[in-house]
Ligand binder design. Sequence first.
Ligand code: GLU
Length: 425
Amino acid sequence: MTKVNPFEDTLGRLKNLTKHCKDPAVKFSETDLVLLSSPKRTLIVNFPVKMKDGTIRVINGYRVQYNDARGPTKGGIRFHPHVDIDEVKALALWMTLKTAVLDLPYGGAKGGITIDTKSTSTDDLERISREFIRQIHNFVGPTKDIPAPDVYTNAQVMAWMLDEYEKIKGEKAPGMLTGKPIELGGSLGRDIATAQGAAYVFREAADAYDLKPNATVAVQGFGNAGMNIAKILAGWGYKIVALSDSKGGIYNDNGFNVEEVNAFKEKNGSLVDFPKAKKVTNEELLLLNVDVLVPAALENQITKENAAKIKAKMILEVANGPVTSEADAILHKNDVVVLPDILTNAGGVTVSYFEWVQNNQGYYWTEQEVLDKLEKKMTAAFKEVHELVKRLDIDHRTAAYIVAINRIIEAEKKRGNISSEEKVK
Ligand code: GLU
């Protein structure tokens, strides 16, 4: 299988947008896009950590602050053995677009540490998390760059990082990151926010495309986002016929009770041996005869190699970057509706924004208040993108990119970083 560089692939997508520049809905030109062709700041740190058993390991960490025209940069930190600079750059660019589609007052960033959490003890993960913050503390903060959880990081990792940061600075600064435990200033609703936000987008799209109420769904990935979206959609009456985790997948055309699968995974470490199910690989899951496919794991799952074989009518991108640009073209030709990551999975960063607002004001909301605000934000963003889809006869990703880049370029122009027609008199 050809390896797609997610950053180069996204730059290609930006270039492709220029064919729409003549439309009045598009407020940027080809030359304006130069500002988005590389990150504003890239931090690469290689730091030794003394592990619990006394050995010393050199850890590679990254933080890419892609664009800050609209506010402090924002985005998660992932722990994964395959993290590299091109992945983190792509993820940081996607965060820049994501915060802009949702009209949050942020730029975009992403961080990563090349580590396998499954073979690393909790004690060692704590040491690594704290040392990473010691490395980058001067470049992050509530008005600079605000991390959050991502793949294989969670509220506990955020707690260690926040604690380390506050010790270094000698002050409390709960808004320096989001996705914290509630006890340290986290927001109610943040834990389910990515899935809940995706569910709101799905509800709007299901309505727009007349999806049948008991449609079948396959979910790839059973982390926080994958497990919760499966739970929510099952609760809404959809039939979850396939699920998977990093070890493999399961299929049952009668549909799964997601709570039961979750309990099984918690007990056994994986869902692959769940009884009363047919085993499928992660690759086979993508090609199942279902109405809706929900990639909720990692990048580059649907490529030019398998895109033409996809049978689903709708793809809900809960993961970041699961579909490559070549695959997008094939899916669009085959009338598959792809609800893009920068819109669909933006519920996480939207509630992160609410968490930061609560930290800044020192006054906290109920879960219902948070979810009501999330619902408004997600449906408004879907409607704005969907309007453009209809108007320009384009796919949802192209429309979401246009909405986002219009806002970013407008902010850059106001700052004087791109020449504009604005006059004082
Ligand atoms: N890691 C999440 C994402 O990819 C959340 C980022 C955040 O909350 O800042 O959107």
